[in-house]
Design a protein around this ligand. Structure first.
Ligand code: ADP
Length: 455
């Protein structure tokens, strides 16, 4: 089909679309800003065709005086956040186009704004539903924004002598600029250096930081700390529609945990980007466990009821986080977002939200990691279903389970659970860390969707 006569799947009549077979008989044009697993997935997808990336196109357009990327010669764009910021406000998106990121995703992914939005929704919930409902928001460590909340922080600091705090730049990632401290002097020394600009008008405004209560009692396995990376896909904010991926991983620190050496990043920061620089880091072994392995480990140690509670707590964190920005994010039917949530468990098995990423790393650290990310991204494209092969009513697509669809989604009857008092309760459609037989499941739903579409 020539470029000019091509009609994307979405723009065709429903009848025409439904007569189409499985993937491979339609051409979907994609752009991709990244050079990692996502590019492999897009290039490997039958019937998808690459159009030049933004850099190439921008260079060409600068040379030829032609309009830059975003003018519509693509159906799907995995762009980077910077590109979206620069282009979103001036670009026109055609009916059929899908693009990564919502315009103001930073409301959730900047550390200070995430906490601000969560605190606001908590207050509103307490006002409308009572104090006890507000307790369901107590999943992020006490946090203050600096410099704006410095004085409130100092009061809190003095009320809790001896505890450990962590300082983090609000908009950086990969552990950059983070340090732990216990004495106010450490932060006043830092403040002198950082905040000189407040008195020196010739220097730039200081960077915003968050200061956060450090979780001193992390859950340890083999004496080492870890956090859990969880993938969450939002396809709409209004109504809120959220998918949760079954697989994820726990990222371990390379060095045994201790509160004696608070200056040692290899002990306290579990980011792979930090750990891979540790002197004894073994790239073959890496520092990851699959979420399934973690779930099995915890179940063997604490029993399935305790573990269900942990994972229910994680579901609560996922949905509350998104609800806190639901009214703020500029909803656009062309946009979707794949978040990487970072969750830390403490020694009482309480899950804590550390941060939410809008650009979780898609670069694989090994073979297993590559397989996870390849399946994750392929199934993300299956959920978006640009090929229009599904019915739109599926609750599970490959490794993604529909967690929230303008309200909680319940698992099918087969997953009903019996309580001890004889009443039955349905469980949430959430299977984080459960078996991910994605290929078999995909075969089933595609066969059944085809049969439904034929009738
Ligand atoms: P970045 O965006 O730079 O990765 P994070 O907030 O994710 O910043 O923090 C980096 C790492 O530091 C986390 O993966 C976690 O291991 C550790 N960490 C961050 N905040 C806390 C905290 N409040 N308590 C304990 N550990 C923390």
């Amino acid at each position: 089909m020539s470029k000019n006569t091509r009609v994307p799947g979405y723009m065709q009549s429903k009848a025409a679309r439904n007569t189409r077979g499985i993937i491979g008989d339609r051409e979907i044009r994609f752009k991709c800003s990244l050079q990692n697993t996502i590019l492999d997935v897009l290039r490997g997808r039958p019937g998808w065709q690459e159009v030049p990336g933004p850099n190439i196109q921008q260079q060409n357009s600068q040379q030829n005086n032609k309009p830059a990327a975003g003018d519509g010669d693509w159906d799907f764009y995995w762009c980077d956040r910077e590109w979206l910021h620069q282009n979103y406000d001036t670009m026109f998106l055609h009916e059929h186009q899908k693009i990564l990121h919502f315009r103001n995703h930073y409301e959730l992914t900047r550390k200070n704004l995430m906490v601000k939005n969560l605190k606001r929704l908590k207050k509103q919930t307490e006002r409308e539903q009572g104090k006890s409902e507000g307790l369901s928001f107590d999943f992020h460590p006490t946090t203050y924004e600096l410099p704006s909340e410095y004085h409130i922080f100092v009061e809190e600091f003095k009320r809790n002598p001896g505890i450990t705090w962590i300082m983090k730049p609000a908009a950086k990632s990969q552990g950059k600029g983070i340090f732990l401290f216990r004495r106010l002097k450490d932060i006043t020394d830092w403040k002198k250096g950082e905040y000189q600009p407040l008195t020196d008008t010739t220097r730039e405004v200081p960077e915003t930081y968050v200061v956060q209560r450090y979780i001193e009692n992390p859950y340890l396995i083999g004496g080492r700390k870890f956090d859990i990376r969880i993938y969450v896909l939002v396809v709409s904010y209004n109504p809120l529609k959220v998918w949760l991926y079954r697989d994820g991983f726990a990222r371990f620190s390379n060095t045994r945990f201790s509160l004696d050496s608070i200056e040692d990043a290899y002990v306290h920061l579990t980011n792979v980007s930090v750990q891979k620089n540790a002197p004894d880091y073994d790239p073959e072994k890496g520092c990851k466990w699959s979420t399934m392995r973690l779930r099995q480990y915890l179940t063997a140690k604490h029993g399935s009821e305790a573990v269900k509670k942990v994972f229910k707590g994680i579901d609560n964190i996922i949905t509350k986080g998104l609800q806190s920005v639901q009214k703020i994010i500029i909803n656009d039917k062309h946009c979707f977002e794949m978040y990487g949530y970072d969750i830390l468990l403490d020694s009482d098995l309480k899950p804590w939200l550390i941060e939410i990423n809008a650009s979780p790393s898609l670069t694989a650290s090994g073979k297993e990691d590559y397989e996870l990310k390849f399946g994750l991204l392929n199934d993300l494209l299956n959920v978006l279903d640009l090929e229009n092969r599904l019915t739109g009513k599926e609750k599970r697509i490959g490794g993604w389970d529909l967690l929230w669809d303008d309200g909680p989604v319940l698992a099918d009857d087969g997953n009903m659970e019996c309580t001890t008092n004889g009443t039955s309760v349905t469980t949430a459609n959430s299977f984080l860390g459960c078996h991910n037989d994605r290929k078999r499941q995909l075969r089933e739903i595609y066969t059944s969707a085809q049969a439904i579409k034929k009738t």
